[in-house]
Design a binder for this molecule. Sequence first.
Ligand SMILES: [Mg+2]
Length: 250
Amino acid sequence: MAEFLFITDLDNTLVGDDAAMQQLLDQLTRHRDQHGTKIVYSTGRSLTSYQQLKAEKHLVDPDALVTGVGTAIYHQGSREPNADWATLLSQNWDRERVRAIADSFEDLMPQPESEQGPFKVSYYLHPSVASNILPQLEAKLQREALAVNLIYSGSKDFDLLPANAHKGYAMTFLRNAYGFAPERTVACGDSGNDRAFFAVGSERGIIVGNAMPELLDWHSANPADHRYLAQAYYAAGVLEGLAFFGFLAS
Ligand SMILES: [Mg+2]
């Protein structure tokens, strides 16, 4: 068994079934110790909110942590985000103008300050109005020549990010930093913001069985051999996918 780069979303992917999660983390940690496999968490949560979840669920320390939907990368043991990644994101990003435009839409309810970041402007958006609001906002940003990555996830969270900030590019950045080939890289997710994992290249993808309709619909419209839709839910679905691709024995 050779080393691989394992990247997973947290809420409703790694986390959701405590027993399966423990089994998965035990196997991955053993693989890391024996073969040099890397474990990366990639979440929409802020660093603070991640730390709460980590303590509550006794998550093992990852080799790297990606927070805020790809907007910050922390290497193990560091409290400072990766500066090269921050420099990349800061190109063509005008947070104040983006925020001012989004604030002009009444249906966008700002998320608490703890969920905002230098490269992330976040709102709550009700699904009943989303299909009406999103094209209007997109057009307005385009008229202002602002390149922004809009991510609607979990039928609730709406993020405006720099154009090159998403979970997929953060994955590619780490894959290159660690020197893994796409076929030795696997990413797992359940919702809209995880789509970027599966759309950026030929890295292996695992969609857990409990995935949100927004991701399932996209997957059925864009099937690919390098992506696997698991039957099982949460971490059990991840284990199923890792066995399917031959990363871990079933
Ligand atoms: Mg999730």
